[in-house]
Design a protein around this ligand. Structure first.
Ligand SMILES: [Fe+2]
Length: 168
């Protein structure tokens, strides 16, 4: 229960595990006409899991660069979608602060870089707006959960699961 609202934990975990499925080489060509995230949602819908789409489609950090899109999403997103998107802003290989995560993105995708990714073309003003929207997301999710950002932890099962994936 989050701030008086229920949260479908199974949906959050499933969406979080599958949110980047459209990056897999076998999947990407099947949803090539869709943006990242929307591709994952579509691929899962085709396989009988349309309920995961709403919690997945809004997670890409590039969504935060579109103020109009973000404002509409932020006003209507389910708690599950907010949590999945926030988790994406806190976890690379490890759980880290949002500031560290953004610093990592900026190192990998500096403004002068010319990549296919929209974030490679972000201006300093856009980057500041993206950070501001990410902070609003963090504030809302942490308020829902009744925790401070520094208190966010991985669920206990994830450590063992990640360890097992590295052994295979
Ligand atoms: Fe992603």
């Amino acid at each position: 229960m989050l701030a008086g609202r229920s949260l479908d934990r199974r949906l959050v975990e499933s969406a979080a595990l599958l949110h980047d499925v459209d990056k897999l080489p076998k999947v990407r060509p099947t949803v090539a006409d869709l943006a990242h995230g929307a591709g994952s949602a579509e691929w899962l819908a085709r396989r009988g899991y349309p309920e995961l789409g709403e919690a997945i489609a809004g997670h890409p950090v590039t969504r935060l660069a579109d103020g109009h899109w973000f404002d509409r999403w932020f006003a209507t997103a389910s708690p599950e979608a907010l949590v999945v998107s926030y988790a994406d802003k806190r976890v690379g290989q490890q759980l880290e602060s949002m500031a560290d995560r953004f610093a990592s993105w900026e190192r990998r995708y500096p403004p002068e870089a010319r990549t296919r990714e929209a974030r490679g073309r972000w201006t300093p003003e856009t980057l500041a707006a993206v950070r501001q929207r990410a902070e609003a997301l963090e504030a809302r999710v942490c308020e829902f959960a009744g925790v401070a950002p520094a208190e966010v932890r991985r669920l206990a099962w994830t450590g063992r699961a990640l360890h097992l994936t590295r052994e295979t």
